[in-house]
Design a protein around this ligand. Structure first.
Ligand code: SAM
Length: 287
């Protein structure tokens, strides 16, 4: 197994060693600085972030969008964006057993000819599989905040012989997806990295067709045996607490993967009286 230097949970005995490692060699792995308008780079420190927010956002809005502690959202830490320099980890041999990507996509019943998006696509691990499933008449929008990831994704798609992927450079507060066009949006191991969850969920609502699905695949925060750092996991309850108030209806959480939730939401169809559709909650199920 290729161990990513940042994401895997290490035994406590290594904490001191890891601290020394981060202080000396760690900076070599740091992300390239991102442009100011694109906060995809290393997270700013608390002292950098707080004054900017005070200036930019009115008081009431700030209370709704953010916890008082910088780097937190609704009580959980927002994880750092995984650097493109670790992209090899996304294609580790063991990933097929650990995450069963084909079984996960089977369960989603992606429509042939459909218009779908892989957001936080990385180097295209799922985009390429989705492109094969929608077929030549379908389209996959593969979006990521890191242009380097998108460059690797285009190379990988070319090598895989798929030509129905459109790459999109998005930002942390602009999904840059076409409006009202999508049947499905997939995010695998990404949502917990989003520094502005409300902005991206608003963008997703605009981009989906009525009845379109938003699927968040996240490592189970409820399970201490899942060998991923806590800030890279999410509980189902936390995901629902964050997503439903933004206008999505919870449909189900598929729990057949070894380590991950597959959490499915829907953009409600408008009701005949013109009001937004009501959320219809169902219990977690196994397919
Ligand atoms: C852990 S990687 C997962 C990549 C891919 N989904 C996979 O499973 O192979 C997380 C990716 O999400 C991207 N990302 C983080 N926040 C994002 C956001 N708000 N919008 C789009 N991409 C984002 C990162 O740049 C990174 O490529």
């Amino acid at each position: 197994m290729i161990e990513h230097p940042r994401r895997w949970q290490k035994p406590k005995i290594w904490i001191l060693a890891a601290g020394l490692f981060c202080g000396t060699i760690g900076p070599l792995f740091a992300q390239e600085p991102a442009p100011k308008s694109d906060p995809s780079g290393s997270k700013p420190s608390a002292s950098q972030e707080a004054p900017a927010k005070k200036k930019a956002r009115p008081k009431a809005r700030r209370r709704v969008r953010r916890d008082e502690a910088p780097g937190f959202y609704m009580g959980r830490p927002i994880a750092d964006v995984m650097s493109w320099q670790g992209a090899e980890w996304l294609f580790r041999e063991t990933r097929v057993q650990e995450e069963q990507p084909e079984a996960m996509l089977d369960a989603l019943k992606i429509p042939r000819g459909g218009t779908v998006a892989d957001v936080g696509a990385g180097a295209g691990y799922h985009s390429i599989r989705m492109a094969r499933r929608v077929g030549p008449k379908g389209i996959v929008y593969a979006a990521d905040v890191q242009p380097e990831m998108l460059r690797m994704l285009r190379d990988n798609a070319r090598m895989a012989g798929v030509s129905n992927i459109k790459t999109i450079r998005c930002t942390q507060d602009d999904t840059a997806l076409p409006e009202g066009a999508l049947d499905l949006i997939l995010m695998v191991d990404v949502y917990h990295e989003c520094s502005d969850p409300e902005a991206i969920l608003k963008g997703f609502l605009q981009a989906l067709k009525p009845g379109g699905r938003l699927v968040l695949v996240e490592f189970r925060g409820e399970d201490p045996e899942v060998p991923i750092k806590p800030e890279h996991k999410m509980t189902l309850a936390q995901v629902r607490r964050e997503v439903e108030p933004q206008g999505f209806a919870f449909k189900e959480s598929l729990e057949f993967l070894p380590w991950q939730h597959v959490i499915i939401f829907e953009k409600p169809a408008p009701r005949p009286d013109g009001a937004a559709g009501a959320a219809s909650a169902t219990k977690p199920t196994r397919p």
